[in-house]
Design a protein around this ligand. Structure first.
Ligand code: CA
Length: 551
């Protein structure tokens, strides 16, 4: 019996590994000696007995059907649209590197030295998602939510850093959410951090947004040229500083328009300018909301905070405003205040009842920058596929359409925002069908009272490796990232394949992923292996793209 079980999950493991190797080989990645994957019928239906998901298209992620829930929400949306005569506005607020446990409504807040009354109020006004998943790092999440596609498919598999030279513009053959929304009458604006390319052709205003006001890179890429305490070898060494400037990386707050000019609004040449960045982004967003609301045109506004990504310097007005007094905590208080101001601006403009709001973080806390980092109750942090790296706060709010005080632990992948936003805009028929879309339309899950998720699985990739999968409360790892030093999940970590048995955790009894139950306590290893294999099979017809972001 033991041998039978063991060989079954070895087979599952090998199958998934073969598919992965094959996918990487097709992408021209570093691994060689790929063994061809034999044809399978996995695309035809549910991959295992464990699955309730139905595949309705070869290019769309299978989804769990909830016909009555869909019907009821569709009727409510049609009635809303008929009464308002409008399409709903869509506002996303993406915090950078905020930990799952930072907001008070997710267990942090005042209890850990930084109260978040505005984020808590937003959660109370709508739906709090406790199993909401991002990609492990910035660029992958930011591109995935705008394409509905896993980073391994678009090639945007890791953050773009100073000095990186891409071999191909990933956006050349991708269709972005703002491009589609623009085509159906939306005004589209990105206020804040982009981090998905800053050369011409890759900027927000080049790939679908009508207007961009913000920073191309992460805060650390800006502060490393001005912070002599953290980076004395750069800032106090003129030769090195000149080398850094020669990389040509953007060092400013930029303002650009689709098909128009792009100008630098503020050059980052001192810490004070880094500190005031988010205040300026907020002021732009608040003014833009008033302008957009007045126009009557539906809008998609993505407000992407530069904070709380290291290195954090709170705006002057927020220095010492947290109980903790540490820069990270002051930055959390600052972000929270701006969340309140942005929601208030929507209310003041009279569009709160016309606006779907979603707030989240793009990945888990960057433990490496401790104590300038967030809190997660889970194992690991940013850049890992442990829960600490990819489980993020998720809040959906729409006054009058989402019942206040809801909470759900059903699965939500941030890529679902792509499909859901298009469904809200009545543009589902414009989702590309010539490539694989990993997002799922979650409109009825988010809007129905006691709504259920259409997603039963979240696949977790780190760069070109299929690391893990969550299905229901189970999570199976094929590869794990192990920090060689507790806080250095990025800078001193190794990635390795697990042994004979995949590492399987039951997150309901072991949310910190510390004691694998493996085959001893779980009947589903083979089924979960089959699900991973089926996922790998989607890359056969639609191979991943290589844009030169490998190590
Ligand atoms: Ca991030």
């Amino acid at each position: 019996m033991m041998h039978c079980f063991t060989s079954r999950f070895i087979a599952s493991l090998l199958s998934a590994a073969l598919v992965q190797t094959h996918a990487l080989a097709q992408a021209g990645a570093q691994k060689s000696g790929a063994i061809p994957v034999t044809p399978s019928t996995a695309l035809a239906g549910p991959a295992s007995v464990l699955s309730k998901a139905v595949r309705t298209s070869a290019t769309m992620e299978p989804a769990v059907p909830h016909a009555e829930q869909d019907k009821s929400v569709a009727a409510r949306l049609a009635a809303w649209q008929s009464a308002s005569g409008k399409k709903p506005n869509i506002v996303w607020m993406i915090v950078d590197d905020m930990g799952y446990g930072d907001p008070g409504c997710f267990g942090g807040g005042a209890a850990i030295g930084a109260a978040t009354p505005n984020i808590d109020a937003l959660a109370q006004s709508g739906l709090k998602l406790t199993s909401c998943y991002s990609q492990p790092t910035c660029t992958p999440t930011r591109s995935a939510i705008l394409t509905g596609r896993l980073p391994v498919r678009t090639g945007l598999t890791r953050p773009i850093l100073t000095g990186d030279k891409l071999t191909k513009n990933p956006w050349a053959d991708e269709t972005s959410l703002p491009a589609i929304l623009g085509a159906v009458g939306y005004k589209t604006v990105l206020s804040g951090k982009w981090h998905v390319g800053e050369t011409e052709g890759m900027r927000p205003q080049d790939v679908g947004f009508d207007e961009f006001y913000g920073f191309y890179p992460a805060q650390k890429e800006l502060s490393q040229g001005v912070d002599k305490r953290r980076y004395p070898d750069l800032v106090l060494n003129p030769d090195r500083l000149e080398m850094l400037h020669k990389t040509g990386a953007s060092e400013g707050l930029m303002h650009g328009f689709k098909g128009g000019a792009t100008t630098e609004v503020m050059h980052i040449d001192c810490i004070e300018n880094v500190a005031e960045g988010d205040r300026m982004l907020k002021e732009f967003t608040v003014a833009k909301i008033a302008e957009l609301a007045k126009s009557g045109q539906p809008f998609f506004l993505e407000h992407a905070f530069a904070k709380v990504h290291a290195d954090n310097f709170p705006s002057k007005a927020f220095e010492g405003k947290s109980a903790s007094k540490y820069a990270y905590k002051d930055a959390v208080v600052e972000v929270d205040a701006y969340v309140g101001e942005i929601v208030a601006a929507l209310d003041k403009a009279g569009v709160l009842e016309n606006t779907f709001i979603f707030l989240t973080s793009d990945n888990g806390p960057q433990l490496d920058s401790w104590p300038d980092t967030g809190y997660t109750p889970f194992r690991g942090g940013k850049a890992t596929t442990w829960e600490g790296g990819v489980r993020v706060p998720g809040i959906a709010s729409w006054k009058g359409m989402i019942t206040p005080g809801r909470q759900s632990d059903d699965l939500f992948d941030l890529m679902d925002l792509f499909n859901t936003s298009l469904a809200l805009a009545g543009a589902t028929d414009r989702i590309p069908t010539d490539r694989y879309i990993d997002g799922i339309d979650q409109t009825s899950f988010l809007l129905a009272d006691a709504g259920l998720s259409h997603r039963e699985k979240v696949y977790m990739w780190n760069e070109g490796t299929l690391m893990a999968m969550r299905m229901y409360e189970y999570k199976m790892h094929l590869h794990v990232t192990e920090a060689e030093s507790q806080w250095l999940a990025i800078d001193m970590a190794t990635e390795r394949q697990v042994g004979i048995s995949p590492w399987l955790f039951n997150l309901y009894i072991d949310p910190k992923e510390q004691c694998a139950v493996g085959h001893r306590m779980n009947a589903w290893l083979a089924s979960m292996g089959a699900e991973m294999k089926a996922h790998g099979a989607t890359f056969r017809k639609y191979p991943p793209k290589d844009i030169g972001l490998g190590k």
